[in-house]
Design a protein around this ligand. Sequence first.
Ligand SMILES: [Zn+2]
Length: 137
Amino acid sequence: MIYESVEYPSACEACGAVTECSGAQVLLDDGLRWDVASSCPGCGQAFIACGRADIPADLRDRLLTEHGPTRLEIVDRSANSALLMKALRAELAGGLHQAKEMLQRVRAGGHTGTLPEVELLARRLCEAGIQARAGRP
Ligand SMILES: [Zn+2]
């Protein structure tokens, strides 16, 4: 299983005591999941949240800070740009302009994200016939 997790202190919303939060992002067969959980040692209030691609920005930042960014590497440097572009567009569900920018970033080795995010993208590219992998910069 591909995942990244982080633990961090936070203030309990109910009583203000310091609670230990844990957050994680996981790559499952059908895509990304995230979750955050904490339970207060002071008042016992428990908090849990989870979702799919909609990871909260603060959790994503914590993961990137804790583990460092992962970089998407195209193994086959001669990979067909049209094929790569098509795969990126499918993944982005975005416009041509966005996909072009991303293509340039990917080609230059400058596309980074959390390990589960980049691993997912690498898998999708492999499915599209482009040899790619997630690597540490
Ligand atoms: Zn509390």
